[in-house]
Structure formats: structure tokens, C-alpha cells
Design a protein around this ligand. Structure first.
Ligand SMILES: NC(=O)c1ccc[n+]([C@@H]2O[C@H](COP(=O)([O-])OP(=O)(O)OC[C@H]3O[C@@H](n4cnc5c(N)ncnc54)[C@H](OP(=O)(O)O)[C@@H]3O)[C@@H](O)[C@H]2O)c1
Length: 326
């Protein structure tokens, strides 16, 4: 059977690169990014600036994807706060252009964030109404709405991933590893809680979700709710680093411009009941992260089961779970 054609935007970013490497084993994947591919195995990659006029319609016409996974985004929360117009253009405007360019048979997968909520209750479910506080979160939430309004053939996946990316820009976990490794003086927040998940664990579970036929809104995060400080302590313990120069800090006194929610933990119960899969614990994910440090991209995803390489027909779609705007 012919493998479906998949277009992945942001294919050279943290999540996009791991997805591109893994799904290329089962699907006919084309990645698109404004940066070059950095994986150890060749993939089909187009270098394009997606906001440039005519680029999106050209891409969709030439690839005619049966699934589009939209990972490209403006993810720097402070930069989004400084340039909200740019954040909305990228996270909402580009999403609107993409989702309106694909046909109704194309499954549109939008990667969203855990930072959409006001931040008062732990383990937020999909039933909770978002109340975004930062420009980043508002623009990502508008992106969700663009998708939900444009097509029922969608998946909106809220997550919070960490991992090793290209050396072009440092991810937050790479920063944390570097600082702990070199015993630098750093401050970690004791009052911001989240449910982080290692990028390879996301890719593995997302690929199974794609095969499930589920449509709608779903949370996919780690099992354990930890503070940023606890996350650092777990990483230090797993790697054998000392915490002596790590100070406990409060986000209230951080001087950051964007008012991040203090509670970002997600409940992934819906994901578990749809797929029957477990969620990785925080330490378990960090151990995998550490093992993967010296491994090239392809070796990290080599053990994953991406065997199906097919999408369920539309008529086999599970009843869609309403997204936030419906
Ligand atoms: N990482 C996290 O903790 C986290 C948490 C929650 C949700 N998410 C969501 O997960 C998705 C992937 O995040 P990530 O951490 O993998 O991001 P990332 O590493 O920044 O990857 C995104 C890639 O897309 C590129 N890109 C952005 N706009 C583009 C455009 N207009 N044309 C072409 N390429 C463009 C970026 O280039 P530049 O680097 O030049 O912008 C980057 O290479 C995003 O939707 C994000 O909102 C991430």
C-alpha cells in the first residue's frame, strides 16, 4: 500500500526534526523550514520562509499532503511579548493560511502549548476554557481557533516538550544541562509547575495517536507535575551533577516581561484512554534525554514503532471531540 504524503512545517526545530526523522520511516514526508536540515540521515527538506507571499499555496499544490503537521511557530515567549504583531502573524496568521490552503481530506495537526491557562489549578483537562496571559499564549490560542473553525479534520495537540535540538539555538533543557554540568550559578523557579515530556516520548505517542483515527483537541504531556526547580534537581540527580550553585527563585521576582502562568500542568487522561498508552515519568524521560545526548538524531528515534505509515480513512474517524471554540 502507498504511504501517505505528509508535510511537516518547522521540520528543523526541536519537535519538527524528531518527527521528520521518525515519520520518514513510515510516511512520505516532506519537511519545510527556513533553516537547513541537521539530522544525520537525509530527508526530503525544502528551505522556505513560510510567510513569504505565495510560498504556502505553492507548497500545498506541489505536495498535496494527506496530513500536515504544523510545528513552525514563534516560540520565544519574551520575544512574542515584545513583538505581539509578529507573534500573531506567525502563530495565528500563518496557521490560518496553511489550514485554509489544504483540502478537507488533509488531516491538519496543530502543535499547541500548555501555557494557555490562567494557572490556578493543576492537571488541566481539555474541558477547561483557556485564559491566555502572554502574547505567545494568546497567539497560539488563536492558532487553535483558526484550525478548529477551518476543518473538523484536525488534531490540536497541547504539549510541553524538551530535548536536544540543532546547535543553532539552545533549548531550555540544553541550557539547564550546560549550566548544571559547568556548575554555573543559576536560579530555578519553585513556583512554576509543568508536566514536561521528552521529545522522543512525544513523537512515539503522537505517531500512535495519528493511527488511532482520533480527531479534536488532546493534551499530550508527561505524567509528573514538577516545578522548574524540581525538574532541575531531577536532571542533576540523573546526571550526577551538583545543585550547590542552583538557587531557588520565584517568578514574581524574576524581571521577566511576559507574565507566565504559574501552573501549566496538563492532564493527559484523554490521550491515555484514546490510545491505551502510558505517560512517561519525569525521571524516566530525563534518563532517556541523557542517554540520547551523544546520539545522532536518527539513533534517538530508531527504536520507535512507526510501522503503519497509513492514516485511517475519514469514514473510520472516531467521533470528534469538540475543540475549545465549538
Ligand atoms: N519547546 C517547547 O517547550 C514547546 C512547548 C509547548 C508547545 N510547543 C509548540 O511546539 C511546536 C514546536 O516547537 P519547537 O520547540 O520545536 O520550536 P522550534 O525549535 O523553534 O522549531 C520551529 C522551527 O520552525 C521555524 N519557523 C518558524 N517560523 C517559520 C516560518 N515562517 N517559515 C519557516 N520556518 C519557520 C523555526 O525557525 P526560527 O528558529 O528561525 O524561528 C524553527 O526552525 C511549536 O508550535 C510550539 O509552539 C513547544
Amino acid at each position: 500500500m502507498r504511504a501517505p504524503r505528509v508535510l511537516i512545517t518547522g521540520a528543523c526545530g526541536l519537535l519538527g526534526a524528531h518527527l521528520t526523522a521518525a515519520l520518514s520511516r513510515g510516511y512520505r514526508v516532506t519537511g519545510v523550514d527556513r533553516h537547513p536540515w541537521w539530522g544525520d540521515q537525509p530527508v526530503e527538506l525544502l528551505i522556505r520562509e513560510l510567510s513569504a507571499p505565495g510560498v504556502v499555496p505553492d507548497l500545498i499544490r506541489s505536495i498535496t499532503p494527506e496530513m500536515l503537521i504544523h510545528c513552525a511557530a514563534m516560540v520565544d515567549v519574551e520575544a512574542c511579548e515584545r513583538q505581539p504583531e509578529l507573534a500573531f502573524a506567525c502563530n495565528a496568521g500563518l496557521t490560518r493560511t496553511l489550514v485554509r490552503s489544504v483540502g478537507p481530506d488533509c488531516l491538519f495537526v496543530y502543535i499547541s502549548t500548555d501555557s494557555l491557562f490562567h494557572g490556578t489549578a493543576p492537571f488541566v483537562t481539555e474541558a477547561e476554557a483557556p485564559s491566555p496571559k502572554t502574547a505567545y499564549a494568546r497567539s497560539k490560542f488563536q492558532g487553535e481557533q483558526e484550525v478548529a473553525q477551518a476543518t473538523p479534520n484536525h488534531l490540536i495537540v497541547r504539549t510541553n516538550v524538551y530535548g536536544w535540538s540543532s546547535s543553532r539555538k539552545e533549548t531550555s533543557a540544553e541550557w539547564l544541562y550546560r549550566c548544571l554540568h559547568s556548575d554555573e550559578r543559576i536560579r530555578l523557579f519553585t513556583d512554576i509547575f509543568f508536566t514536561p515530556i521528552y521529545v522522543v516520548d512525544v513523537v512515539e505517542r503522537l505517531s500512535r495517536l495519528l493511527e488511532s483515527g482520533f480527531r479534536g483537541l488532546i493534551h499530550l504531556a508527561g505524567r509528573d507535575r514538577v516545578s522548574k526547580y524540581e525538574f532541575g534537581s531531577l536532571l542533576a540527580a540523573a546526571a550526577g551533577f551538583r545543585m550547590q550553585h542552583v538557587q531557588r527563585a520565584s517568578v514574581d521576582r524574576s524581571g521577566l516581561t511576559a507574565l507566565r502562568p504559574k501552573e501549566m500542568s496538563l492532564s493527559s487522561q484523554r490521550f491515555q484512554s484514546v490510545t491505551g498508552l502510558d505517560l512517561p515519568g519525569c525521571l524516566e524521560g530525563l534518563q532517556r534525554f541523557l542517554v540520547d545526548r551523544e546520539r545522532p538524531l536518527n539513533a534517538r528515534v530508531a527504536g520507535l514503532e512507526v510501522t503503519a505509515g497509513r492514516l485511517p480513512p475519514r469514514e473510520a474517524m472516531r467521533p470528534s471531540v469538540p475543540s475549545v471554540t465549538e
